[in-house]
Write a new protein. Structure first.
Lengths: 178, 249
């Protein structure tokens, strides 16, 4: 069952590894593709992320976050560290014209859809400016200065929107601070 | 102490664009001075925002199947052994006591353990079929090679466990000192040559023979299993005819 896979992985359960790849492969693949400039880099990165995930699996605490959130956190941290090492920002495909999703993927696990639905609701509760800044910073990998230039906002305002928006999301998550 | 905006900005920056070495040091110092906020809070918030945006923006590309298989094979090598105990607790001074205790345990258990034989290959094969969620089971295709036209049976293989068994009925006896059967696993993702699946013998007068697969390399994407007859010990690359084949369709 999704949600208790990582503790099983931490105990060396190979079936749980396969289930994890099925449940979270798409999420991690998305992160890797957005943070890399080539498909080959993305493929290598996904493998590194999952190996990293297995070694951190025992640290997953369901009282603090969902399993999907933990997996994506490990993926993002790995990619951000990697980019920092090569001193450049992510070269991402232009996502601004991508249409909104129109329906559920029938192959996707119900719990992942539920997880996404909760996260979407959280995003929807943010102010439009916060949504815009978080989308650019989190999803499109723009630096804070790039966002300031793009939106014509002072850098301090960008940081404030990002800080408050992320705090609001965290507060609504399991174990969140308010 | 309430976290400062400077601390929160650094946490937000770490979760989105990363930090310079100088900012990382500054963050560590600020975190050490307060206990109101968990250092991972912003990373988790950014991760949840990422999940939401993937759904909102329709990021639907699945993990490529070949990549999934490659990661799985690599992953198996990095997993802890199931039920592996923590090491490092042994005190050499206790070894004498431990040895005595071990002898006592062996003395108590030996008569019983001799009665419990290891599971047969048939039982191990049945267990794999029951337990493996990703089991591949394929039949040997009818062979046109003289002497092998009546061979029947199948192959079961679990990619996640890298374990499998061949089952034969009607495979002719071989003379181990002159020749041995050798299994080959066709895996185009690994190499142009098939993977050596191990050598085996077939004794006379056995109705059904079960042989464990002994793949010498990790199998990522098996497409077929094939058997040849080779010199004793097998060969690295076979040029012999494929006696029987079990294609995975």
């Amino acid at each position: 069952m999704q949600g208790d896979l990582l503790p099983k992985v931490a105990r060396g359960d190979r079936d749980a590894v396969a289930a994890c790849l099925d449940a979270y492969g798409k999420l991690v693949w998305s992160v890797a593709r957005r943070f890399t400039s080539s498909r080959a880099d993305a493929e290598d990165s996904v493998q590194d992320i999952f190996i990293d995930l297995w070694s951190h699996a025992a640290r997953f605490d369901p009282s603090k976050c969902s399993e999907a959130g933990f997996v994506v956190m490990v993926a993002r941290r790995r990619m951000i560290d990697k980019l920092r090492k090569v001193s450049r920002h992510p070269v991402m495909e232009d996502l601004s014209t991508r249409p909104m999703a129109t329906g559920d993927d029938p192959n996707e696990a119900a719990e992942t859809r539920s997880e996404a639905a909760v996260a979407e609701r959280l995003m929807g509760e943010l102010k439009p400016e916060q949504q815009q800044v978080i989308r650019l910073a989190v999803y499109e990998g723009s630096s804070h200065q790039e966002i300031a230039d793009l939106l014509g906002m002072p850098l301090g305002t960008v940081k404030t929107h990002l800080r408050r928006g992320l705090l609001q999301i965290r507060a609504a998550m399991p174990g969140g601070v308010r | 102490m309430k976290p400062s905006d400077r601390l929160l900005d650094l946490l937000a920056a770490r979760a989105t664009e990363g930090l310079s070495p100088e900012d990382s040091l500054a963050l560590e110092a600020l975190l050490a001075a307060q206990d109101e906020i968990d250092a991972e809070d912003f990373n988790l918030a950014a991760a949840h925002a990422d999940v939401a945006l993937q759904a909102l923006l329709g990021d639907e590309e699945p993990l490529p199947e070949m990549l999934r298989a490659r990661i799985f094979v690599a992953s198996v090598e990095h997993l802890p052994a199931p039920g592996k105990a923590k090491s490092g607790l042994l005190d050499w001074r206790n070894l004498g006591w431990l040895a005595a205790a071990a002898m006592l345990v062996l003395a108590l258990w030996a008569p019983w353990s001799r009665e419990s034989a290891p599971p047969s290959l048939a039982a191990e094969r049945d267990a794999l079929i029951t337990e493996a969620s990703d089991l591949i089971q394929v039949a040997w295709a009818p062979s046109a090679v003289e002497g092998y036209t009546g061979v029947e049976g199948d192959v079961v293989w679990s990619p996640s466990r890298q374990t499998g068994y061949m089952r034969f009925r009607g495979l002719p006896e071989n003379r181990p000192t002159a020749e041995q059967y050798q299994l080959w696993i066709v895996d185009p993702s690994r190499d142009t040559h098939p993977i050596d699946g191990g050598v085996f013998n077939v004794p006379a007068d056995r109705g059904e023979v079960i042989v464990p697969i002994d793949a010498k390399l990790a199998v990522v994407d098996a497409r077929a299993f094939a058997v040849t007859l080779e010199k004793p010990g097998g060969v690295v690359v076979s040029d012999g005819p494929l006696l029987i084949v079990a294609p995975i369709t």
